[in-house]
Design a protein. Structure first.
Ligand code: AMP
Ligand code: MG
Length: 330
């Protein structure tokens, strides 16, 4: 079966063509800004502007004609309503025009399922999902992906981006923070907030904002980025380790844009090694918001018997990971 996947939960309009278990193309165009973050209507306009070109590129790169697509799959939620609506509309138009089935999928679960597709040996992982808006520790149990821990305020990526804005690093700031962190020499104590299995970043943001209120040198920027990475990643590794211990699983999978970070990957590898577990980091194209994971989850759901009518493809901006019945694993 050949599937077209469409991703539009936030900053990225992505399109991917998947044949059976092969990702034939995975292309995207992401909104960015030199000074500030996302304004929903502006990001949605970006997606409207690029959607036809990105879908066309995806088909061309895959060497597949639109009429050979057998299923269209799109991210139904959670995400920014304005942005989700663009992807859902494009997917519906494609499905109706070509008279093919359509499936809406949960974006967070797609981050986990793509790991099970592309990482050999990753079968039943705990997912540390660290992205812009979402920060969750997720694992499968009794018919659902359960959330064992999550952020109590902002997603870790949004936190990094907000600090990046204070430091004048543009949006998204994660990759620049990683570069600066490598130059850091001095560890600055920052609020380490783990409550049970949950994490929180607001206190750290306030402390850094106060520190840089009167300006910041390049050296200080490096020390802040280094200290911030060490602290937030330690928090994430702590709750991930506890999840592994509680649910008795032996695999940790990293997902989400923040999972591109090499230091986070390294810290997870060390923790897993110490407890005899395996740590899986994916190629960056599958960490960031991408349509390949949407195509793959759509296919898995369709093959397990899931069907959707057009009214059922209404967007679900607030859908939670554990709202979804995981019929394909039971
Ligand atoms: P997502 O929402 O999953 O697409 O992830 C986007 C988030 O990942 C943004 O907040 C980025 O700043 C963050 N990000 C991307 N690359 C990195 C990196 N190398 N280190 C830390 N954060 C990153
Ligand atoms: Mg994501």
């Amino acid at each position: 079966m050949i599937v077209l996947g469409i991703e539009t939960t936030a900053h990225t309009f992505g399109a991917s063509v998947l044949r059976d278990r092969d990702v034939l193309s995975n292309v995207w165009d992401s909104y960015s800004h030199p000074e500030r973050g996302m304004i929903p209507a502006e990001v949605a306009q970006h997606h409207i502007d690029v959607c036809d070109v990105v879908i066309k590129n995806s088909l061309e790169k895959a060497g597949i004609s639109a009429k050979n697509i057998g299923l269209v799959s799109f991210s139904q939620g959670p995400g920014i309503g304005n942005c989700l609506r663009v992807g859902a509309t494009a997917a519906r138009a494609f499905a109706l025009h070509h008279k093919i089935p359509i499936i809406g999928v949960n974006h967070c679960i797609a981050h986990l399922e793509i790991g099970r597709l592309v990482a050999p040996g990753c079968i039943d992982p705990v997912l540390l999902y660290a992205s812009g808006a979402n920060t969750q520790v997720i694992a499968y149990d009794s018919g659902k992906y359960r959330v064992f821990g999550e952020t109590l305020d902002m997603g870790v990526g949004n936190f990094l981006d907000q600090v990046g804005r204070l430091l004048g690093l543009g949006f998204p700031a994660g990759p620049k923070i990683e570069e600066y962190a490598r130059l850091g020499k001095r560890y600055i104590q920052l609020p380490y907030v783990v409550k049970g299995m949950d994490t929180s970043y607001g206190g750290m943001y306030t402390k850094i904002r106060n520190m840089v209120a009167d300006g910041v040198s390049e050296e200080e920027k490096a020390d802040i980025c280094y200290s911030m990475q060490e602290t937030v990643f330690a928090m994430l590794v702590e709750v991930s380790e506890r999840a592994l211990a509680h649910v008795g699983k032996k695999e940790l999978l990293l997902g989400g844009g923040v999972a591109c970070n090499k230091r986070l990957q390294e810290m997870c590898t060390i923790m897993c090694k110490e407890r005899g577990a395996a740590s899986f980091a994916l190629p960056n194209q599958f960490n960031v918001d991408n349509a390949a994971m949407i195509a793959w989850l759509g296919k898995v759901m369709y093959e397990s018997g899931v069907r959707m009518t057009i009214p059922e493809t209404a967007i679900r901006p607030y859908e939670r990971t554990d709202d979804v019945e995981v019929v394909w694993r039971s």
